[in-house]
Design a protein around this ligand. Structure first.
Ligand SMILES: Cc1ncc(COP(=O)(O)O)c(C=O)c1O
Length: 333
């Protein structure tokens, strides 16, 4: 069977070339006679895989030397608590921007450790626009949950204190979480916290204080190498912008599909849209599936559709979705 276009928000599709390489290396990694899954994380083979992955990520994102790169477990959600635990450093409050369901969870978790000041909120607009005027952003480290955005375009890492991302969207398989943290921010956790929350301990042990998610780390490394081979993040940004613009244009130009998000707040990675008649949702999904376009159902809190179009979604997949949408509208609209 040929591969279908999977628009899942995560776990999301991976580059086919990466999957093929992983398949080739599955039982015997580069002549060592075993799978990466079976290797000791402290053996020289895995150490070389781990180091190469980190070096490639540093190169791709131009991560300055004063940042640690951690390969952790626990998902992005674990960072909802790890961030305050590591960054409060004796302070009693933190500013948050409330942009939707994930920041809601991050805020709830932070409230366990400090006072939370919601410095800007998109709630009043039902999360379709973030007020430009925010009191937020004093001389404090900026923290970003880039689970969807990471690697989709160049970003200036030096503007951030911490960047974190669950791997299952734009990095690799679920089970790995990448944390990029400025090294002066670590080393003083909230007293009494579990050792596995401590970025400094993880950094001092090269993310191997305990057994790391070795296979996810390896696959992430293959994705980083694939990104480098395909021109790096500027090249990705060009394709991603084109993919997103054409999908938004298809939605905006029709009376049948709608996307309520303010133009300045739209994501290149996750494109939600609704049908004029929600009763057609199920038919849309089943016909899309029959056309090889899957996992388009919107988040359960929002309904409608969502197409996640990360790096690994080929432009041809977006084109196929757009023609399917036009055809569906012609027949049902
Ligand atoms: C922005 C953001 N943060 C956090 C999460 C949760 O990630 P995890 O399941 O890795 O904890 C997601 C998952 O979709 C996400 O999109």
């Amino acid at each position: 069977m040929s591969r279908i276009y999977n628009f899942s928000a995560g776990p999301a599709c991976l580059p086919e070339a990466v999957l093929q390489q992983a398949q080739q290396e599955m039982t015997d990694w580069q002549g060592c006679g075993m799978s990466v899954m079976e290797m000791s994380h402290r053996g020289k083979e895995f150490m070389s895989i781990a180091a190469q992955a980190e070096a490639d990520l540093r190169e791709l994102m131009a991560i300055p030397d004063n940042y640690k790169v951690l390969f952790l477990q626990g998902g992005a959600s674990a960072q909802f608590s790890n961030v305050p635990v590591n960054l409060l450093r004796g302070k009693k409050s933190a500013d948050y921007i409330y942009t939707g369901q994930w920041s809601k969870k991050a805020i709830a978790e932070a409230k366990r450790f400090c006072d939370v000041n919601v410095a800007a909120s998109a709630e009043a607009s039902n999360f379709s626009v973030l007020p430009a005027q925010s009191e937020w952003c004093g001389d404090v480290p900026l923290v970003a949950d880039l689970s969807s955005t990471i690697l989709s375009r160049p970003i200036d890492v030096s503007k951030f204190g911490v960047i974190y991302a669950g791997a299952q969207k734009n990095i690799g398989p679920a089970g790995l979480t990448v944390v990029i943290v400025r090294d002066d921010l670590i080393g003083e956790t909230v007293p009494g916290m579990p050792v596995l929350c401590d970025y400094k301990i993880m950094a001092d042990n090269d993310s191997m204080y305990n057994t790391p998610p070795t296979y996810g780390w390896y696959l992430a490394g293959l994705v980083f190498a694939w990104l480098k081979k395909n021109g790096g993040l500027s090249a990705m940004a060009e394709v991603n912008e084109r993919k997103a613009n054409k999908l938004y244009a298809a939605i905006d130009d029709s009376d049948f599909y709608a996307n309520p998000i303010d133009l300045n707040c739209r994501s290149w990675m996750n494109v939600p849209f609704t049908l004029a008649n929600a009763e057609l949702d199920a038919t849309f999904l089943s016909e899309a599936k029959a056309a090889g376009l899957v996992t388009l159902k919107g988040h359960r809190s929002v309904g409608g559709m969502r197409a996640s179009i990360y790096n690994a979604m080929p432009e041809a997949g977006v084109d196929a979705l757009i023609s399917f949408m036009a055809d569906f509208e012609k027949r049902q609209g």
